[in-house]
Ligand binder design. Structure first.
Ligand code: FAD
Length: 434
């Protein structure tokens, strides 16, 4: 491979700021595209929209096609605020018009197969779309059967709300209709899963709603593991805000070996049998174990549940020419988050542009910050910068590069973290859909 580098890592990182990118793209004239320089992106969520935008920005001569069935994407991030009644569902909804206006071809369709040898993507509408390189970011699918009695059909009545949209609205409606004194049960999944702190943020924001609107009610978390992300910070917040560990606790948490196990879920009677008790008639939020989105399995990109990838380019270790980013990828220690998907998509976009132009991509570090809200003015974070440890073939947090909000932080500190979470949301959605 010839090495004809025109963009170094530093220039890439600088280009990676939202402001620089929008300046670069605004007013971009239509550009003649060289034949064959084409990238097809599957999935218009965090990974897919970011990759599309960055490829179009880094090399406007590449034809970028983004395939996504939905015309409106609801972000999972801040969907817990919708469930907790803090924001409206329309405030987490975004369309693809601005992406199309950037010269990216947006196709609303579902990919049904990828022919890695012929470099073709097939869709449910019968289209067959050629690519030089393909980026796959389909998110997750669920292992419903891991919760006895649960199924895709049952999820229409007992929502998981782990893909935002109608499920988010259904869970919110059930909470509004629940009488005071009702019990909300959350089944939290085993690792690894999308958004490790998500179930506990959800419990917190539901508790905040109950505290003011239905104070005799409770949230019970039945956890399918022993501990969870940011546990000490969440539990301190719950002690301060929701009476955790007292007789008046609004939130109770049961790890799997101390009552968290699930024996059965019957959606027809809304009954949940746990290792400790039988709960009938409350609101149930069942979040099943997860795996890479279906198309990754159909296309033979998985090894087990997730897609093995090269940690420098996010190219599949199974099929050359296809890159997998976001939740579907096995990014080792990097969590499955929107921030991580966004960071991986930028790195993959850069790698794809370099490879299509016969250049070797340099190694670029990855970044993740996971914000969590325990109440309206109460936020905390975990952050890290990751680099590829080639010996161990893992993405490893660089020592001292990030950290966790300290325990016992002041109310002002925690309020600022909540403000940063909202600001991150605006930046992220602007980068994806703006
Ligand atoms: P998605 O964003 O889910 O995008 C996948 C897209 O692919 C979908 O639009 C889907 O329709 C499409 N697709 C699937 N199959 C096909 C196909 N066959 N053909 C075409 N298109 C297809 N992350 C954070 O960083 N911060 C947070 O605060 C945060 N909060 C969260 C709260 C909750 C309650 C949840 C559930 C998640 C949260 N996340 C958060 C995680 C974040 O939403 C995901 O990690 C992120 O969406 C992953 O991006 P992705 O591109 O892999 O998948």
């Amino acid at each position: 491979m010839t090495r004809n580098k025109t963009l170094n890592r530093r220039e890439f990182v600088v280009l990676g700021t939202g402001a620089a990118v929008s300046t670069a793209v605004t007013g971009m004239p239509s550009i003649a595209r060289a034949a064959g320089k084409s990238v097809v992106i599957i999935g218009g969520g965090c990974g897919g929209t970011t990759a599309a935008r960055y490829i179009a920005t880094l090399d406007p001569t590449i034809e970028v096609t983004l395939i996504e069935p939905k015309k409106t994407y609801h972000t999972c991030f801040m969907s817990n605020e919708v469930i907790g009644g803090v924001r409206n569902i329309n405030q987490i909804a975004f369309g693809y018009e601005a992406i199309a206006n950037r010269g990216i071809k947006v196709v609303h369709d579902t990919v049904t197969a990828i022919d890695a040898d012929k470099k073709l993507v097939m869709t449910s509408e019968g289209a067959s779309i050629p690519y030089e390189r393909c980026i796959v970011s389909p998110g997750i699918d669920f292992k419903y059967e891991a919760i006895p009695g649960y199924s895709a059909e049952a999820a229409e009545i007992v929502p998981h709300a782990w893909k935002a949209g109608p499920q988010t609205a259904l869970l919110r409606k059930q909470l509004e209709e629940m009488p005071d004194g009702g019990v909300v049960s959350i089944i939290a999944p085993p690792n690894p899963f999308r958004c490790p702190p998500g179930p506990y943020e959800r419990a917190s924001l539901i508790a905040q709603y109950l505290k003011t609107h239905k104070p005799k009610s409770k949230v019970l978390i039945f956890d399918q593991k022993e501990t969870h992300s940011k546990r000490k910070l969440f539990q301190q917040a719950w002690e301060r805000l929701y009476g955790f560990n007292t007789g008046n606790a609004i939130i109770e948490w049961f790890p799997v070996t101390l009552g968290g196990g699930i024996e059965n879920l019957d959606a027809s009677t809304m009954t949940l049998e746990t290792d400790l008790e039988s709960l009938e008639g409350g609101v149930i939020n069942a979040i099943p174990p997860q795996m890479a989105g279906k198309i990754a399995h159909v296309a033979g990109l998985v090894d087990g549940d997730w897609c093995p990838v090269d940690k420098t380019t996010f190219e599949s270790k199974i099929h050359k020419g296809i890159h997998v980013v976001g939740d579907a990828a096995n990014a080792t220690t990097m969590p499955k988050s929107g921030y991580a998907a966004n960071s991986q998509a930028k790195v993959a976009a850069y790698a794809v542009v370099e490879l299509i132009n016969d250049r070797d991509p340099e190694e670029v570090p990855f970044m993740n910050v996971c914000y969590s809200l325990a109440g309206s003015d109460y936020g905390f974070t975990v952050a890290a910068i990751y680099q590829h440890n080639k010996e161990k073939d893992v993405l490893q947090g660089i020592e001292g590069s990030g950290g966790l909000t300290p325990m016992d932080a002041s109310p002002l500190y925690l309020k600022r973290e909540a403000d940063y979470a909202h600001s991150w949301y605006n930046n992220m959605t602007n980068e994806m859909f703006g």
